[in-house]
Design a protein around this ligand. Sequence first.
Ligand code: BTN
Length: 168
Amino acid sequence: MRKVTVFASIFCVAAVLMVVGAAPTQAADLDPRLADPATHWVNERGSTMTLVFTCNGSQNAVCTLSGNYINNAQGFQCRGNPYPLVGVYYINTQTLSWSVAWSNAVADCGSVTGWTGYLIFSSPIQIVTNWNLAYSTGGTGRAIMQGADTFTQRPTMVYESLLKGGSE
Ligand code: BTN
């Protein structure tokens, strides 16, 4: 009788451990500094972007990215007006990727850029990326240009002040 109780206890403990082990990891939370309705960024070429992190999807710890990108980089086309961006951010590894198709109502450059990188939670937060820009050279020519961009987060208050024409 006593042996039966011991075996039953071991079985119960093993069953509980199996259930706990199989359970999904606890939901990761988005850093509050990214949880503003919109976050604002500038890179070393003077380009700016707005990123919105939406983290209520079905994939645990995976957020979708939306927003827009204003290219201000010398030597490129499609400068000075916003293009929509779409992407993905993985909370657990602080890695992200987003794309812009350079086509809107103002200008169509026939090109697409994808950035992939990671966040550094310094103050201010930075995003370190490599990018690929795929474009047509005319005729049947196709090319992919590559480079790197680092983005620095701008405080929302500064961004709003700039929009209103105020100074930093
Ligand atoms: C084009 O010239 O075909 C479209 C604009 C491309 C702008 C590129 S994307 C990578 C790099 N980083 C920027 O902020 N702008 C340039």
